[in-house]
Design a protein around this ligand. Structure first.
Ligand SMILES: *[C@@H]1O[C@H](CO)[C@@H](O)[C@H](O)[C@H]1NC(C)=O
Ligand SMILES: *[C@@H]1O[C@H](CO)[C@@H](O)[C@H](O)[C@H]1NC(C)=O
Length: 177
């Protein structure tokens, strides 16, 4: 004979496996909706200026300033299991040590489908510095528009919506005017 306790135990085991299968079904069903939106990205200008030296022994770390135009309609990424998008512009380049960097210079969180059309003419939102302090010896950079889709249930997915056709050179450092 089952005690009340065992019955409750069995019932809650059944309920939690139902909930788990439902969550798994939601996570799997969103894989069927693979949108691959494409946009355009162009770089208006790149300038390099010396940063402020914190003390006399340290080299002045150069800062890069990038102007860009980006447009992409990311609304196809919104479906019932999309919580929000993390959209970012990255600069991909190999530095003098051969290390590939992917530096985020601008980003935006999109929470609603109505806001998923990106059309921005802007400049880097974050300070863009090279670890080695100078952009002199680094390779030209590709700029990309990438996104992470954060679902309600399941794993993050990643995608790339735009990339510059040609790598863009970092110009020589110029004095601030
Ligand atoms: C970026 O957009 C602005 C304003 O829409 C335009 O004047 C400029 O020429 C564009 N630059 C590039 C590189 O497409
Ligand atoms: C983006 O904005 C510019 C002006 O700010 C406008 O001329 C252009 O049509 C817009 N593009 C899209 C795809 O909405």
């Amino acid at each position: 004979m089952h005690s009340i306790y065992q019955r409750i135990n069995n019932l809650s085991a059944l309920l939690s496996s139902c909930v788990l299968s439902l969550l798994a079904a939601i996570a799997l069903s969103s894989l069927l909706f693979t949108a691959d939106p494409m946009g355009t990205l162009s770089i208006g200008s790149v300038k390099v200026y010396p940063g402020k030296a914190r003390n006399f022994n340290e080299p002045r770390r150069e800062h890069a300033f990038v102007r860009f135009n980006v447009s992409a309609d990311l609304s196809p990424l919104f479906h019932w299991n999309t919580k929000q998008l993390f959209v970012y512009l990255g600069a991909e380049y190999a530095n003098s040590a051969g290390v590939i960097n992917d530096v985020v210079i601008w980003d935006r969180i999109v929470r609603r489908k109505e806001d998923a059309v990106i059309n921005v003419s802007g400049k880097n939102k974050y300070i863009f510095k090279e670890v080695s302090s100078s952009f002199k010896a680094v390779e030209p950079a590709f700029y990309t528009l990438k996104y992470n889709v954060m679902p309600y249930v399941g794993a993050l997915t990643y995608g790339e919506a735009a990339r510059t056709d040609e790598p863009v050179v970092f110009p020589v450092v110029q004095d601030r005017v």
